[in-house]
Design a protein around this ligand. Structure first.
Ligand SMILES: Cc1cc2nc3c(=O)[nH]c(=O)nc-3n(C[C@H](O)[C@H](O)[C@H](O)COP(=O)(O)OP(=O)(O)OC[C@H]3O[C@@H](n4cnc5c(N)ncnc54)[C@H](O)[C@@H]3O)c2cc1C
Length: 434
């Protein structure tokens, strides 16, 4: 389907329409033919990144005053879900790069920052923007450390003050773009002798991929999203200085809790995969694609099934897209709840759609020579992406439907749930580790 068939584009700017057409053209010509190869080999789609760079997509959300295209969070999500129609792995990894830029852009404007924070932040963000605009640099965001919600307690990767800078030691699990980006955004916690570190000690450094002590390890042979090449990253005595800081110490904890949409930006990849599963099913039933070019539309059972897919996809997109388009700092509770519902709709809906697609098309559609089984495997990965996994979205919605934000920290019952990233109204989520 052309995006004009599922969006009301009257609200899209001419610039957004231009980039939407461009990405669909690139996707159809280049990304789609490469997707199967990178999936088979679990290799990184570097050529797609060259295309993205050549056509300005790397600077999509960099503010215009710094040479970027200045697209909003919602506009970015709209474009990213189009990428995923052709290659889920490219869309998923692209999010890591874009999120790094979004954080630099939007955290700077937060009212929770002091003047001193902002003055220190200014040159740091400008440096990152310049690397992307001028040099076409690619950033990754390896935050996960394995086995826990990274918002539950301070990041385990340690930064210790030393002469002229810090030494970082730690481990990152699932580092998408590992070995294929220019800079890793390394989130770590500053440890000071005799003090118990908290979220307020979170620091973020841009670490060049060739910095001594940075090693990509482990094998990569997962069920889906194989082109993300999300191997492990080991940081052993990595030396950084203030010149590598992406934001001043403490700013991360002061801002992210008030920008919950920033934690939902893996969802465009799965929304696009769901759309691709639907598009393929329609083409397949019409006999327009492989498997003999048989017209399968004549079967009422298949028509009923694809109608169900359309219904589900429309519900998913409406909930998800509305949430994305209203992304902003300091959202209202209603916006946050729509966000959680939208994230859940995309992440749970994608595997449902891919499973329905295979059921609807039939036996031959699951052959590895066709893209549906890749979409099926890619779609499966969405629900487990922290910090907003499907389980966590259900948990957060369950809380916000029946409790007021100020009651959250005294809810009786379990005390290990990942509720640190749960929005808590004006108080944000700071100091709320349970
Ligand atoms: C293809 C792919 C690419 C990825 N790329 C990146 C990347 O570039 N950067 C990055 O940072 N991460 C990335 N991730 C990691 C991802 O976001 C998750 O962190 C990871 O999948 C979690 O797996 P786990 O086995 O470490 O944790 P799990 O053991 O799966 O733990 C998480 C599960 O337990 C639940 N859970 C966890 N903590 C709590 C709690 N305190 N209370 C209640 N429930 C809880 C959650 O609901 C979740 O389902 C990627 C993952 C995949 C699959």
């Amino acid at each position: 389907m052309n995006f004009r068939d599922y969006y009301d584009t009257s609200a899209f700017s001419p610039d957004l329409l231009r980039m939407m057409d461009l990405i669909n053209d690139l996707g159809e010509r280049n990304f789609a033919p490469r997707a199967g190869i990178h999936d088979r080999d679990a290799s990184f789609p570097m050529e797609n990144y060259n295309d993205l760079r050549d056509h300005g997509f790397l600077k999509l959300v960099v503010p215009k005053e710094f040479g970027g295209l200045g697209f909003s969070v919602g506009e970015y999500a709209t474009i990213a879900s189009e990428i995923a129609k052709y290659c889920g792995s490219t869309a998923l990894t692209f999010n890591m790069h874009i999120s790094a830029m979004l954080w630099s852009r939007y955290m700077f404007d937060m009212p929770t920052l002091s003047d001193a924070d902002r003055a220190a932040f200014k040159p740091m963000r400008e440096k990152q923007f310049a690397r992307v605009v001028r040099d076409g640099a690619v950033y990754s965001q390896p935050i996960s450390e394995g086995g826990q919600n990274w918002t539950s307690k301070p990041i385990q990767t340690k930064a210790e003050l030393t002469d002229g800078g810090w030494v970082i030691n730690g481990f990152k699990k699932f580092a998408s773009l590992a070995g294929n980006c220019d800079y890793y955004c390394i989130l770590c916690t500053e440890h000071r002798p005799g003090e118990e570190p908290t979220h307020a000690d979170t620091m973020m450094f841009a670490v060049h991929k060739d910095t001594p002590g940075v090693t990509v390890t482990g094998t990569w042979d997962p069920v889906g999203m194989r082109g993300t090449v999300s191997r492990d990253l080991v940081l052993k005595d990595v030396r950084v200085t203030a010149a590598d800081l992406m934001m001043p110490r403490g700013v991360f904890a002061k801002t992210l809790p008030h920008w919950p949409h920033m934690m939902a930006l893996l969802s465009p990849a799965y929304m696009g995969v769901a759309q691709a599963a639907y598009d393929y099913t329609v083409a397949y039933l019409r006999g327009d694609v492989a498997a003999g070019g048989i017209d399968r539309r004549v079967y009422p059972t298949k028509r009923a099934s694809v109608a169900k897919m359309f219904q589900k996809l429309t519900e998913m997109r409406s909930t998800w897209h509305r949430a994305m388009m209203e992304a902003q700092a300091m959202p209202t509770q209603a916006q946050v709840m729509r966000l959680y519902a939208g994230q859940f709709a995309a992440m749970e809906g994608a595997p449902d759609m891919a499973a329905l697609a295979i059921r609807t098309c039939g036996g031959q559609s699951m052959l590895k020579s066709l893209p549906l089984e890749r979409l099926y495997r890619d779609a499966r990965c969405g629900a487990l992406m922290l910090p907003y996994t499907s389980e966590i979205m259900e948990d957060y919605l369950s809380i916000l439907t029946v409790y007021d934000p100020e009651e959250i920290d005294s809810i009786p019952g379990d005390n290990i749930s990942a509720r640190t990233s749960l929005w808590r109204g004006e108080s944000g989520t700071r100091g709320a580790a349970r």
